[in-house]
Design a protein around this ligand. Structure first.
Ligand code: GNR
Ligand code: NI
Length: 167
């Protein structure tokens, strides 16, 4: 296993649209294991392959209290979306920034599991938020893109300042 470096906003590679996974092989399983390790170490409740500069439609999520429920979504697509919720979001690619984003309250997600088997899941609450946040990443969207342009500018300035201190 290995920890993978996480791209930081506004890295242009976070805007790439990930491509469908056509073959689930040893490389896919290794990537998923490394993504899970990277997510747990961060720590975070989700990670999209885009964030580790792999532009394939792969997401890992664990919203459990004790980090015992890893969920892997390959080629996830949203079906029915119902209701709305506004929650404070953060992102491992935008460290230190938290803001409110409106999302659907309940979503249906279709995806392949690691065995290549088609699955369908109904999610609500935090898991639904996380699924929407991660599918956004696969489409090149970061939660910051849902905020006002003024906030986006402030966040970019803050990230640039942070990068200078870290460097
Ligand atoms: O760790 C994370 N926490 C979180 C909190 C509220 C809404 C979404 C998230 S996802 C985030 C990890 C991450 O950046 N995934 O892409
Ligand atoms: Ni994120």
């Amino acid at each position: 296993m290995a920890l993978l470096p996480i791209l930081r906003f506004p890295d242009p590679r976070l805007k790439k649209v990930a491509t469908l996974v056509t073959r689930i092989d040893e490389g896919t399983r290794k990537l998923v294991a490394d993504m899970a390790e990277t997510m747990y170490e961060a720590p975070g409740i989700g990670l999209a392959a885009t964030q580790v500069d792999v532009h394939q439609r792969i997401v890992v999520i664990d919203v459990s209290e004790d980090k015992s429920d890893l969920q892997v979504f390959i080629n996830p697509t949203l079906g029915q979306c119902e209701g709305s919720q506004v929650g404070e979001e953060g992102c491992l690619s935008v460290p230190g920034i938290y803001d409110k984003v409106e999302r659907s309250e309940r979503v249906t997600v279709s995806y392949l599991d690691l065995d290549g088997k088609q699955q369908k899941l109904e999610a609500e609450g935090l898991l639904a938020v996380c699924i929407q946040h991660e599918i956004d990443h696969l489409n090149g969207t970061v939660f910051v893109d849902h905020l006002s342009l003024l906030k986006q500018t402030r966040i970019k300035n803050k990230m640039a300042k942070q990068a200078r201190v870290t460097a």
